[in-house]
Ligand binder design. Structure first.
Ligand code: 5CA
Ligand code: ZN
Length: 398
């Protein structure tokens, strides 16, 4: 787990938010539970956490889904964002201090792109005929990565690997007119049928994905915030590019200090993803009467960095585990909890080792249910200490 910056008791965390369609599946939720665990561990160390997140409320796949289903994209985004909020509350995820939409951040993003154009870290690429409305001479804007010596330090991938992932994850390496195939889009001029916003000297259009998160994070947390978080599928290109934009906007100083990436949750042998459609939604589980705390325990049973598979058996194990804990917590007496609390704290301080923290709780529950040995005296009230510990540190309310 990241140590606090020397002399500072404040930690800024930015976690990329959802693109609001087909949300919230248990993969998304596992990533936000991991960030929540990080936040709880840092708070327990006496640090003040400022947590910011976003909602990518205009984006190609969202627009495609809205067009495909005949729903207004704004309605789809609003409805899915509300559902996400309800799911997160049920999973006891501490809400962000700052939660910004991409659409509401457009003025700040326009300002950032204009600054990058002015200082030479961005350039215009001519449009195809028919694009750009009344000002087709103003091209799309791309970041020029050639001046960024830090590019590649997040993912450490070869150029071939970068190109493959860039093409797979929303990039456009083959776009004619770019200086480097990897240069990412900062501002997309208006195209027929696509939403667009007035943007002064840029010409009407909408922002690129990576600059949005850079601007939201920087606005909420300042230029040298500590932690950028998300699932491992965001490592490249998204977080590599956002990191590069943050350096460009800060004139070289590096933010964030640390990147945290959670593993991918799969289903039936494949990553759970909107494009594959192999999704288990938190809201569906909740509607089926599944205890959200069991969903959370199923997630915490895996280390946040590992990839794992969602299954009914995982959920059944979590339900049984909660019942076991509940039985121990509902008694009047228990062994003094100091060792168990210390073990949970130490597990979390060791790169958020939640499986180890959970084992400590299992062992405490087993000992409690076994009852005191003949020479032991257990004070009253101790189960309450453990209940508050798992609530505060693991976010599990029983
Ligand atoms: N809006 C962008 C980030 S700016 C986005 O990636 N949205 S998302 O809805 O696709 O994903 C939201 C979060 O869930 C991201 O951190 C992503 O890395 C994570 N995520 C997506 N699929 C999975 C999965 N199968 N397992 C774990 N985390 C996942
Ligand atoms: Zn993001």
């Amino acid at each position: 787990m990241p140590a606090a910056r020397v002399g500072s008791t404040k930690v800024g965390i930015y976690a990329c938010g959802i693109t609001p369609y087909d949300a919230t599946h248990v993969g998304h939720a596992a990533t936000y539970v991991a960030v929540d665990l990080l936040q709880r561990a840092l708070r327990d160390q006496g640090l003040t956490v400022r947590y910011a997140s976003c909602v990518t409320d205009v984006d190609d796949p969202l627009l495609e889904r809205a067009a495909g289903t005949g729903v207004d994209w704004r309605e789809l985004a609003a409805e899915q964002t509300a559902l996400f909020g309800a799911d997160m509350a049920a999973l006891a995820v501490i809400p962000p201090d700052v939660y910004s939409g991409v659409v509401e951040t457009i003025p700040a993003t326009v300002d950032a792109v204009q600054r990058m154009l002015a200082d030479g870290s961005a350039y215009r690429v001519p449009l195809e005929p028919g694009a750009g409305g009344a000002t087709p001479e103003l091209g799309d804007v791309y970041a020029d990565l050639s001046g960024d010596g830090g590019f590649g330090n997040v993912s450490h991938l070869s150029e071939a690997e970068m190109l493959a992932l860039f093409a797979e994850r929303g990039g456009d390496p083959a776009r004619p007119g770019k200086l480097n195939p990897l240069d990412p889009l900062l501002w997309r001029r208006e195209r027929s049928g696509e939403p667009h916003w007035e943007a002064g000297s840029l010409g009407a259009g909408r922002p690129g994905w990576h600059i949005e998160c850079a601007v939201i994070a920087r606005t909420a947390l300042g230029k040298d915030f500590d932690i950028l978080a998300g699932g491992s599928d965001l490592l490249f290109p998204h977080h590599e590019m956002s990191g590069s934009h943050l350096r460009a906007l800060a004139g070289g100083a590096a933010a964030p200090r640390i990147q945290v990436h959670s593993g991918m949750v799969g289903l039936d042998g494949e990553k759970m993803s909107k494009s594959r459609g192999n999704l288990v939604f938190v809201s569906t589980l909740r509607a089926d009467g599944v205890d959200p705390m069991a969903i959370r325990v199923a997630m915490l049973a895996h280390h946040y960095r590992s990839d794992w598979e969602w299954s009914d058996a995982e959920l059944r194990d979590a339900v049984a585990r909660i019942e076991h804990w509940r039985a121990a917590l509902s008694g009047a007496v228990a062994p003094p909890p100091d060792d168990a609390v210390a073990e949970i704290r130490s597990a979390l301080a060791d790169d958020l080792d939640s499986p180890r923290a959970i084992r400590a709780m299992d062992e405490w529950a087993a000992r409690t249910l076994a009852g005191p040995k003949h020479d032991e005296e257990w004070p009253e009230g101790e189960p309450g200490v453990m209940a508050r510990t798992v609530d505060a540190l693991l976010g599990i309310r029983i």
